[in-house]
Design a binder for this molecule. Structure first.
Ligand code: NDP
Length: 281
């Protein structure tokens, strides 16, 4: 029997599973759509009820896959989508959100993120987010690819302190955020969404991880995700188009890593000793 998924909690008290489903590269090929929908549905069925998508992915195609996957069960799922920085003006953000809502076949997005910092002043983006929130079209907003300085600056802006989350690259082989960004977010009770938690699959070919996972009798993906789930208020969003691999990823929640396991992972993937620039994909 599976253990319940750990959870993460937003400022407003809303709780989500700390293991969700990514969608990058979904919706790119028509012939694969049915499998992608099935993989997302398999994840929802086993409690991974948070889906991360973006208007950028397959030019909206990934949002359409997500929309189809949640058809008839929208209330069971927490949908995250993102506005492109080039669209993130005061008016552009509203228009981009309306288009995402259509593709997602829904009347609201649970968490709407600015995909990365861009040329439009953040003040206008925040105003648009707040207008969308007041209209019930989004429930909360956040950002992505903001480093420790950028997130501090954002939270000092008028209205910026309600930013609900920051989604950044975080996995065993990319741990720089543990030095400054993650501690700041923990202090400020802001969940961190870990994207590319398997380093886009590359981590699964790491010999050290493979050896340790084999000894523990689990697939490397399970160990890599269990590491992220051992962190408080971190939400990992692995992407898989295969129901079988989604189930493998779900099993990470059944893996409780001991202090000895975590120390062994620190040996293989040393944590940062000084500030590092935020890495992005
Ligand atoms: P992931 O680290 O999630 O890795 C995905 C790759 O790993 C795919 O090739 C997948 O293949 C493979 N994979 C997944 N599970 C397993 C498994 N159990 N065993 C073997 N292979 C597996 O990479 P992503 O870059 O997709 O990151 C996850 C999500 O984060 C994205 O989908 C997106 O939603 C978000 N993201 C956000 C970014 C941002 O700027 N905010 C940037 C990048 C990602 P297969 O599908 O064939 O199983």
């Amino acid at each position: 029997m599976s253990l319940a998924l750990p959870t993460a909690t937003f400022h407003d008290g809303y709780t989500v599973p700390a293991l969700g489903l990514g969608t990058w590269h979904m919706g790119e090929r028509r012939g694969e759509k049915a499998d992608e929908v099935r993989a997302l549905q398999a994840g929802i069925d086993c409690g991974m009820t948070l889906i991360d998508t973006a208007e950028m992915y397959a030019n909206g195609g990934a949002e359409e896959v997500a929309g189809e996957a949640v058809r008839g069960r929208r209330d069971d799922v927490f949908l995250v989508s993102k506005v492109l920085p080039s669209n993130a003006s005061r008016q552009g953000t509203i228009a981009a959100c309306e288009a995402s809502l259509k593709r997602l076949e829904t009347d609201h997005i649970d968490l709407y993120l600015l995909h990365w910092p861009g040329r439009h002043p953040l003040g206008g983006t925040i105003e648009a987010f707040e207008e969308l929130r007041a209209a019930g079209k989004i429930s909360r907003w956040g950002v992505s690819n903001f480093d420790a300085l950028a997130i501090r600056q954002l939270s000092a802006l008028p209205g910026g302190a309600v930013c609900a989350a920051n989604q950044v690259l975080y996995n065993l082989s990319t741990r720089g955020i543990e030095f400054d960004l993650l501690p700041w977010m923990t202090e400020n009770a802001m969940p961190l969404m870990a994207y590319s938690p398997l380093d886009e699959g590359r981590l699964l070919r790491h010999p050290g991880l493979g050896k340790m996972a084999k000894r523990l009798g689990m697939p490397p993906a399970q160990l890599a995700l269990a590491f992220l789930l051992s962190r408080d208020n971190v939400i990992a969003i692995p992407k898989s188009s295969s129901p079988q691999r989604v189930m493998e990823n779900r099993a990470a929640a059944d893996t409780i890593l001991t202090a000895e396991h975590l120390a062994e992972l620190d040996q293989i993937f040393p944590p940062p000793r000084s500030r590092e620039p935020l890495q992005m994909i």
